[in-house]
Ligand binder design. Structure first.
Ligand code: SUG
Length: 471
């Protein structure tokens, strides 16, 4: 494990134990890190418990369009004055992994043999599922951690085969970007059934502003060491309490500011495979469905009390009742997977999937949120913007799934390596790259064609130059 002594800060860095006053002047901003959708984006129906992935199985995907939809979201965020960065797709197909499973010979032979005898493994090796950056890692900003570094734990994603093969590559990428002494990128948790971890999709941070230490709220699906606790009966609970606790320990979080909350098993069985499908927190706002958590009235009261004690301010809980939005409508519309962002002008805005316009119940809830209907007439959201993310949504990934939030000071932002901050020129270069190198359409049957592997590898080789990827 790194320690400040092993890895001294740069000469111009502030001391690790900066006083609250020094920290307050460090210009912390919430940065959005979105993964680019990879060139092998397809619908293989790999995610059990994710109803969209099941429903769109074997349909034709459009990788070029998918990548453009993701890029257009990033550019919209960047144009709001919010720091927006890009993470690269992971190299796919993962032939080294297939070789580890006993397939051998040339690349074409490995692909042909996997296609003939284990097509699900071939589909897993090709999956572009790393596009959902909310599952890349859990992040605790330096304001919250004992050693005043930013801590990142890449998710082991051990609940599903196709996602478990992201962890080591994501860890390597995060180590390349966050190599400075300001950061501590941990190993993923061990890949064991009691320690399954899905990253920031099950983690929310609440604070009155970007400069205060926050409350870190970990939402888990099951207690892996106590079978008497409630559990879903139909679909898997992907995050364990033990994984969340281990992350809080290794990040050096203050127990008085750390909460462990259990997801409602009925919500998981209705298709809420991650907590970010049913709640989203941002600064002093918590938008949450009535059926999100076990013992929800107690949980919300505790969060509100602690927030009031620590900050002398109200935590604004926008709780959406089941009669306004049923669980199936929450899952169909992905309303709670909207991003809440603070604009440069200081307003809170909602970035929603277009499905919130087409689903009548969700549309009414968004209108109600803007009117202050769920907060006794107080308006906490200034505007809602609707995005076409259909390609990602078909696999169960909305706006918030596509981004990892990383709260960084000015100095920490400057320490991120590579050309990853999205500006007009990078947006332009990435759009051209996608146009030039991505397949227009893809069905799972095409995964058997070794040409696709060559095309995907060539695309990622070019990207390294565009992003000035740190070796
Ligand atoms: O893990 N879908 C992803 C969607 C993840 C969404 N992320 C958040 N909620 N943060 C999943 O279920 C589908 C892949 C396929 O079916 O081919 C998939 O993995």
């Amino acid at each position: 494990m790194n320690s400040p002594a092993d890895n001294p800060p740069p000469a111009d860095a502030k001391p690790a134990a900066a006083s609250p006053v020094t920290r307050a002047h460090a210009d912390f901003r919430e940065c959005q890190f979105d993964s680019l959708v990879g060139p092998t984006h397809n619908y293989a129906g790999l995610a059990y418990g994710n109803v969209a992935s099941q429903r769109h199985r074997a349909q034709t995907a459009h990788p070029r369009l998918a990548a453009r939809q993701g890029l257009d979201k990033m550019w919209q965020v960047a144009r709001m004055g919010i720091p927006q960065a890009v993470l690269p797709p992971l190299p796919r197909p993962r032939l080294d992994w297939l070789r580890g499973l006993g397939f051998h010979g040339s690349d074409a032979t490995v692909i042909a043999a996997a296609h003939a005898t284990a097509p699900q493994f071939l589909a897993a090796a090709y999956s572009a599922s790393a596009m959902w950056a909310a599952n890349a890692a859990t992040v605790s900003p330096s304001l919250d951690t004992a050693d005043a570094r930013v801590h990142l734990t890449p998710a082991n994603l051990a609940s599903s085969l196709h996602r478990s093969i992201e962890a080591d590559q994501v860890a390597a990428n995060l180590r390349s970007l966050f190599a400075a002494p300001d950061f501590h990128v941990h190993d993923p948790l061990p890949s064991a059934v009691p320690l399954t971890d899905e990253g920031a999709a099950n983690h929310t941070r609440l604070a009155p502003d970007f400069h205060s230490p926050g409350l870190e709220v970990f939402v888990y699906g099951r207690n892996a060491l106590d079978a008497s606790q409630p559990q879903p009966t139909k679909f898997p609970a992907r995050q364990t309490l033990q994984a969340s606790q281990a992350i809080a320990r290794r990040h050096g979080l203050d127990p008085a500011r750390t909460f462990f909350v259990q997801q409602n098993p009925a919500a998981i069985d209705a298709g809420v495979f991650h907590n970010d499908v049913i709640s989203v927190g941002h600064q002093n706002l918590l938008l949450v469905h009535q059926d999100a958590f076990v013992d929800q009235p107690r949980v919300l009261a505790e969060l509100q009390d602690r927030f009031q004690q620590l900050y002398g301010q109200t935590l604004n809980v926008l709780q959406i009742p089941t009669q306004a939005l049923s669980l199936p409508d929450a899952v169909a519309s992905y309303l709670f997977n909207s991003q809440i962002l603070t604009t440069a002008a200081g307003d809170h805005v909602l970035l929603c999937p277009q499905d919130c316009q087409t689903n009548p119940a969700a549309q009414a809830v968004v209108a109600g949120l803007l009117a202050g209907d769920f907060s006794r007439g107080q308006r906490h959201l200034a505007a809602a913007h609707f995005l076409d993310l259909r390609q990602s949504m078909n696999n169960g990934g909305g706006p918030a799934c596509l981004r990892l939030r990383v709260l960084l000071s000015r100095q920490q932002r400057a320490a991120v390596r590579g050309r990853v901050w999205l500006d007009e020129s990078l947006y332009h270069d990435l759009c051209q790259w996608v146009e030039r190198t991505y397949p227009e359409s893809l069905t799972p049957a095409v995964l058997a064609n070794p040409q696709l592997a060559l095309q995907a590898t060539a695309a990622l080789d070019e990207l390294k130059d565009i992003l000035a990827w740190p070796a």
